[in-house]
Design a binder for this molecule. Structure first.
Ligand code: ADP
Ligand code: MG
Length: 277
């Protein structure tokens, strides 16, 4: 349903020169599927996420949803530009790491959802707002709270409810559980799995955390310095990786009996492989 084809983005650096933040990134996500994008900080994950939702225009490549190209300039859509832009926003919604930045501090949870529903011309009746709050496990007390009166986990639940308000086909989550402690993380991951099962929404899960991606995705894309080094079923990519960089990421995750020297050796193997290539 979602097809990213050859997504490429190069940034000009202030001191001259340029940086390939994404280079020919391609993948597909079926209806109701779940894709992980992993890689170290700076590998280009957020750049790809932003191109998916249209916050960033690719230098090359396309994003299509159900066969329709999302890159058509709104100006080409004439007087229905606003409606077309909103329709496109409804297809893919994004949830960010820090809901403080993306939530309006003045609005209560209820008002936040009403605003999102109204923007997209949906029914703003209390029942609809309540079923959204209910779906993400927020009660009537939280409904009248402003963001600063909610816990980190509750704020992220609200951000997810707002994204779901427009019945998106795809939810892109960029490090959406990274700032939460592990028990809250587990609750949010469980919630996302339930929502996916119930609504058929597809998930694109951007994360530096391999354990999280292993838990929640069917397919995984591994990025390094803007390029895809490996992709395929999560069980294969993270269970039996073929690329030294994926092995490095796995060797860097602390676990029982873990030796940091393993990660350092894996890093040397990557550097050697890159030097040869
Ligand atoms: P990730 O999400 O994997 O940490 P990003 O996609 O945020 O990586 O960044 C990839 C690379 O592109 C980094 O080197 C980052 O510094 C650079 N970058 C990201 N956004 C911009 C921008 N707007 N201008 C210049 N460089 C950027
Ligand atoms: Mg990022």
């Amino acid at each position: 349903m979602l097809v990213a084809e050859g997504l490429t983005k190069t940034y000009r650096l202030p001191g001259g020169g340029s940086l390939a933040a994404a280079d020919q990134v391609s993948f597909t996500v079926p209806r109701g599927g779940s894709l992980g994008i992993v890689g170290e900080s700076g590998s280009g994950k957020s750049t790809v996420a932003r191109m998916l939702v249209g916050l960033e225009r690719p230098d090359a490549g396309t994003v299509t949803v159900s066969g329709r190209d999302r890159a058509t300039r709104p100006s080409a859509l004439g007087r229905h530009r606003r409606a077309a832009r909103l329709a496109r926003a409804r297809e893919i919604q994004m949830v960010f790491q820090d809901p403080y930045v993306s939530l309006d501090p003045r609005l209560t949870a209820r008002q936040c959802l009403r605003t999102a529903l109204r923007l997209h011309g949906h029914d703003t009746k209390g029942t609809r707002i309540h079923s959204l709050l209910d779906r993400v496990g927020l009660g009537t007390r939280e409904a009248d709270a402003r963001p600063h009166q909610l816990s980190g986990g509750q704020r992220q639940r609200l951000a997810i409810a707002r994204a779901l308000a427009v019945d998106p086909r795809i939810l892109v989550l960029d490090e959406a559980v990274a700032a939460l402690d592990v028990s809250i993380q587990a609750q949010i991951l469980q919630l996302l799995t339930e929502i996916r099962d119930d609504t058929g929404v597809a998930l694109v899960f951007v994360s530096h955390d391999l354990a999280v991606v292993q838990h929640i995705t069917d397919e995984t894309v591994v990025m390094r310095k803007g390029a895809v080094v490996e992709q395929g079923p999560t069980a294969r990519v993270l269970g039996a990786p073929s690329d030294p960089y994926t092995r490095l990421l796995l060797a860097s995750v602390p676990h029982k009996g873990w030796d940091p020297a393993d990660a350092i050796r894996a890093r040397a193997a990557v550097d050697a492989a890159v030097a040869v290539a």
